[in-house]
Ligand binder design. Structure first.
Ligand SMILES: C[S@@+](CC[C@H](N)C(=O)[O-])C[C@H]1O[C@@H](n2cnc3c(N)ncnc32)[C@H](O)[C@@H]1O
Length: 318
């Protein structure tokens, strides 16, 4: 699972499988009694036979530890080791983040923006499900096989995009601005950009190059939205130790421990805070903590026991 500088994947492997994981969460939220968001394309996208193994891997990653009676007892070391990912927390978080960025796009089109770029689109179905005004173009950047899978699967369900959807199959570590322009992107027009579920999967240098490209390709009035993964390094260290112990236990029980999105993150240093980066280049930025947003929407926030405190950053070019 370890990353290399020029690795590649399809929808069922490596970083591709993380797109399946978040779409599984959107499908579960959509099917729930009182959903915050409705993504009716998520379920067909995650239900194909070729994703059977990924579904099992994600289910194993999300599975609670069996209650053997020892967990939670005061002297039990096991209680310390219970670091299974809580599926409902994951679903709640994905619902909150999808809701936030859906609203971001509603604001962008209300302001007259008709050019949209989904950076690392994965199984994002916004081109098919949001109420885009006539004349809106949605560019979707991701690796070729990921985009092909989405397009073919949705075509098999007779789904048609609401906007003029233009896939841009390219690696964001390569010359993606050229690939985007080749598909008709117009840098003189205002654009709404989104980097959702992406930053830790890019090396720091590629993240900075991506921010610089967004800035230079953005006409006045452009907007950008970024999901920032705030990590408390002390808590992360502790979490990784707990996860390693849990993984040993699961492997000993013969369970599948092959899926772990955090192992796919680039941990290199030198990542600027997106709000500061864009502000320094004349954009006006706002940051919303995902905890506050969850509270506003009546959803439980990410647990403070976990090492993450994600933020949603939006900025407008002056
Ligand atoms: C967690 S998924 C998020 C997908 C989508 N944004 C969403 O929220 O549903 C991560 C996505 O990033 C894409 N990705 C990661 N690194 C990439 C790169 N270097 N170039 C293009 N796509 C990349 C993966 O293929 C995958 O679809």
């Amino acid at each position: 699972m370890a990353r290399t500088a020029d690795d590649s994947w399809d929808i069922a492997t490596s970083v591709g499988a993380t797109a399946v994981m978040v779409a599984l969460a959107r499908a579960a939220e959509t099917a729930s009694d009182d959903p915050l968001i409705r993504d009716e394309f998520a379920e067909p996208l995650v239900s194909t036979p070729e994703l059977a193994k990924v579904r099992d891997q994600v289910a194993a990653w999300w599975a609670p530890e069996p209650d053997d009676g020892s967990a939670g007892t005061p002297d039990s070391e096991d209680s310390e080791d219970d670091f299974s990912v809580d599926a409902q927390q994951m679903i709640d978080y994905q619902a909150v983040r999808t809701h936030f960025f859906d609203a971001y796009f509603a604001g962008a089109v209300a302001a007259g923006i008709r050019q949209v770029v989904l950076l690392a689109a994965g199984l994002d179905s916004r081109a098919y499900r949001l109420a885009w005004p006539a004349g809106t173009t949605v560019y979707e950047i991701d690796l070729p096989k990921v985009l092909e899978y989405k397009e073919q699967t949705l075509a098999g369900h007779n789904a048609t995009p609401v906007a003029d959807r233009r896939p841009v199959p390219v690696d964001l570590r390569h010359d993606w601005p050229k690939a985007l322009r080749d598909k008709g992107f117009d840098a003189t027009q205002p654009t709404a950009w989104l980097a959702e579920g992406l930053l830790p999967f890019l090396p720091a240098a590629a993240q900075e190059a991506m921010f610089a490209a967004i800035d230079s390709l953005s006409g006045p009035g452009s907007r950008v939205a970024v999901e920032m993964f705030g990590v408390d390094e002390d808590k992360r260290q502790e979490a990784e130790e707990k996860w390693a112990r849990l993984r040993e236990r699961r492997a000993a029980r013969g369970e599948d421990t092959s899926f772990n999105p955090f192992e796919l993150w680039f941990d290199d240093e030198g990542r600027p805070e997106p709000a500061d980066w864009f502000t320094a280049r004349g954009w006006s930025a706002q940051t919303v903590s995902s905890h506050d947003e969850a509270a506003r929407l009546g959803r439980p926030p990410q647990s403070t026991e976990r090492p993450f405190a994600n933020r949603f950053v939006t900025a407008t070019k002056g």
